[in-house]
Design a protein around this ligand. Structure first.
Ligand code: FRU
Length: 734
């Protein structure tokens, strides 16, 4: 049982594991380390996220360092520690962040450096726009915008960051080609608007009389706008302002150009989705470009409107994409929940089934144990029954003959001493019988109410050692008793008890008993139960089934004293059940009683007989109702008799043949059931019919005599007179 539950539990665990596995496929964890947090980074992060939506198995982990080297180093290290599969990093400054990136790379984590550079080659791929080119193009634009003449200020990005360095180099190289353009000041910023504002304000404060400034180049749009704010505060004619980034949206560079707050900007591409694709290609081992240069374009008054419209459209689309993704993830969540629910339901059903099977198995096991126990009890009981049978039979054969001996004349003359010795033997035989009974009672734990040891004692021990009268001679018409027992001594003993009153037949087993019962149709059968070939119960059933013998009372005489054995006996159709050792008086009384009570049907033709021919049964005996098999027999017999009544040659043989029996069988059966012989009954039937005809017809007495099967009217008249006490003519008159 315990093994079964262990098995069920294991199955459940496997199911659980399978369910969790199916939900938890391998995910790529990509760490994104941003140097700053601003609208350019926001745009890129959301593009990264949208890019990730296209890959079910990508999970992004963002970190922003807010322009702090220390913070970015720490963030890279902790991203690596959480077990990312790939690192995307925009290093704040070239030299400071490189060691942290190298550490990640050395751990075998692929690294994509984007937009800003490091000073080592320890990265898997680089993606970004060409900042030198960007600075150079801006220099060319400025020169042409100012018609090769003018004074300008350059406000730099964060010192040490690669875009600041490269943009500066490109810008200055382009400007150097235009001698009419003079760079009045190169101020240090850090990509933020407040720093640009402060630096420019300080410069303006210090250089109030430096003369007119025609253009300020801020290295990004925020820097350009910070400078513009400082100039606006200082008052006077405003120079032109140029920046870089050219972001879409309300505060983006494109709108600023369109609103003429900036003169020009340069689109600094974010391309987050492209970055994710590159990362997945690397992770999945597909070929990829080690260096990707992102293309870009200048934003001026001429193209700002178109670019803004386009970028707004793109933003709208990505917004929709995001909504779609939200929906998709909602569905995915629902799906996940449903899957969990299904699993829980399946697990519950499985548990329930397992429980039911368990309960079923438990009951099976219990029933098996119960069966085994009952089987053992049965075997034990059979053993004790057998043993007691073995003991009871010799006990019967000691006790019975001894009792009989004590009643004979020989014993009357015995000495006192001999009588005393016999008395001791007799007492101890009874005592032994009582012990056998007790042993059996104790074994089954029941008290047999019919024949307990106490009762056996009462019946047997209390018998006085009296000398009985002489055994009378048996008369010719004595009823026949068939004894069926495999023990020859028992048969001999029974014969010795019965032969004075009955004609005795003997059979050594049930089969032989049946043969004798059919052949002789005895008046009563006394049978043992435990016998070879055919036991007493089956024998009894067969007797009761056969129409020839069904009416014969059967007494089962057996050592099987238990109540359940007696019930078995009665169920097989037995009329009485007497346990061994038995008292001869009890047996004789029971036989007598059964023979007395059997003549149930005496007046088949409803006649008032003149004289009683059969002895009336003892007043105390209540005749049992005839069994259906006897009813049917009698009904058939009456029918055949009535049909063939007019035939004066009708013999008992004819009647027997009509009933499918031998003459003896019919005679014995009819005699047993009615107390009359078939010939008597035939005569009575004829006379009854004649009586009816005398009273209801105008036929003459002679005619009636012939009609009811009398060969001569004078014999009819004689018989009629014998039966009814009056002559047939008299009956007609009355
Ligand atoms: C955003 C930003 C941009 C600039 C770039 C340089 O964080 O400051 O404005 O163009 O970084 O790396």
């Amino acid at each position: 049982m315990r093994k079964y539950y262990q098995f069920a539990f294991t199955i459940l665990m496997i199911l659980g594991l399978l369910a969790s596995c199916s939900q938890d496929e391998k995910k790529y964890r990509i760490g994104v380390s941003q140097c700053s947090d601003d609208i350019w980074r926001d745009k890129q992060n959301s593009e990264l996220q949208i890019g990730a939506y296209f890959h079910d198995n990508v999970e992004l982990r963002f970190a922003a360092a807010y322009d702090s080297d220390e913070r970015q180093i720490q963030q890279i290290d902790s991203l690596v520690a959480t077990g990312i599969d790939l690192l995307i990093v925009a290093p704040n400054q070239v030299s400071t962040i490189s060691p942290a990136i190298d550490r990640a790379y050395d751990k075998g984590i692929p690294v994509i450096v984007f937009e800003r550079k490091t000073n080592t080659k320890k990265y898997t791929a680089y993606m970004g726009a060409d900042n030198y080119e960007m600075g150079h193009l801006m220099g060319e634009y400025v020169a042409s915008r100012l018609n090769e003449r003018g004074r300008i200020i350059e406000v730099m990005g964060l010192k040490g960051s690669s875009p600041a360095i490269e943009r500066h180099n490109g810008f200055r190289e382009a400007i150097a080609q235009h001698p009419g353009i003079q760079v009045v000041a190169t101020l240090q910023g850090d990509w933020t608007e407040p720093t640009a504002y402060n630096t420019v304000k300080q410069w303006l404060d210090k250089n109030k009389d430096s003369g007119k400034i025609d253009l300020v180049f801020g290295m990004n749009d925020r820097t350009a706008m910070g400078a513009r704010k400082a100039f606006e505060e200082a008052g006077g004619a405003l120079p032109l302002f140029c920046g870089i980034d050219g972001l879409p949206g309300e505060n983006g560079g494109i709108k600023l150009v369109l609103d003429s707050l900036l003169d020009a900007s340069y689109i600094y591409p974010t391309h987050g989705d492209q970055l994710i694709q590159l990362a997945v290609d690397i992770l999945e081992g597909r070929p990829y470009e080690k260096e990707t240069n992102l293309m870009s374009a200048l934003v001026t008054q001429d193209n700002a409107r178109v670019l803004l419209m386009e970028s707004e459209e793109i933003m709208r689309q990505s917004h929709r994409l995001e909504q779609l993704n939200e929906k998709a993830s909602q569905y995915q969540n629902q799906l996940g929940n449903q899957r969990t629910l299904i699993f829980v339901a399946l697990a519950a059903i499985f548990l329930l089934l397992a429980l039911l099977v368990g309960i079923y198995m438990y009951y099976l096991q219990r029933a098996r144990i119960q069966d085994e126990r009952m089987q053992m009890e049965r075997e034990q009981l059979d053993f004790y029954t057998q043993v007691s049978h073995e003991l009871r039979t010799p006990l019967t054969l000691i006790q019975g003959p001894l009792d009989q001996l004590l009643r004979t004349n020989d014993f009357r003359d015995a000495s006192d001493n001999a009588r005393e010795l016999f008395s001791i033997v007799r007492r101890n035989t009874h005592h032994l019988t009582a012990l056998v009974n007790k042993m059996l009672d104790a074994q089954v734990g029941i008290h047999n109410p019919k024949m307990s040891s106490a009762e056996v004692d009462a019946i047997t021990v209390s018998q006085p050692i009296a000398v009985p009268a002489e055994v009378p001679e048996q008369d010719e018409d004595a009823p026949t008793v068939l004894i069926v027992d495999d023990n020859a001594d028992i048969r001999a003993y029974l014969r010795s008890i019965l032969q004075s009153k009955y004609s005795v037949l003997e059979a050594e087993d049930g089969r032989r008993g049946l043969e004798l019962a059919r052949e002789h149709v005895p008046d009563l059968i006394v049978s043992d139960v435990m016998m070879p070939v055919m036991n007493g119960l089956e024998f009894c059933q067969q007797v009761k089934k056969d129409v020839v013998s069904s009416h014969i009372p059967v007494i089962l005489l057996t050592a099987r004293a238990l109540e359940k054995h007696q019930i078995e006996g009665y169920e097989s159709g037995a009329d009485a059940y007497i346990t061994k050792p038995f008292s001869p008086e009890l047996l004789l009384a029971r036989i007598d009683n059964l023979l007395q009570s059997r003549h149930q049907l005496k007046d088949l033709w409803g006649m008032k007989p003149a004289t009683e021919t059969v002895a009336a049964p003892a007043a105390v005996v209540v005749a049992p109702a005839p069994a259906p098999i006897e009813d049917a027999f009698i009904a058939r017999f009456k029918k055949i008799v009535e049909e063939r009544l007019p035939d004066s040659n009708l013999s008992v043989e004819d009647l027997a043949a009509g009933m499918g029996l031998s003459r003896v069988q019919l005679y014995r059966k009819v005699k047993a059931l009615t107390g009359s012989t078939p010939v008597d009954l035939l005569r009575k039937a004829r006379l009854a019919k004649a009586q009816t005809l005398l009273q209801t017809s105008t036929l003459s007495v002679s005619e009636i005599a012939y009609q009811v099967g009398f060969a001569s009217p004078s014999y009819f008249t004689k018989c009629y007179k014998d039966e009814f006490g009056t002559a047939p003519g008299e009956a007609r008159k009355s």
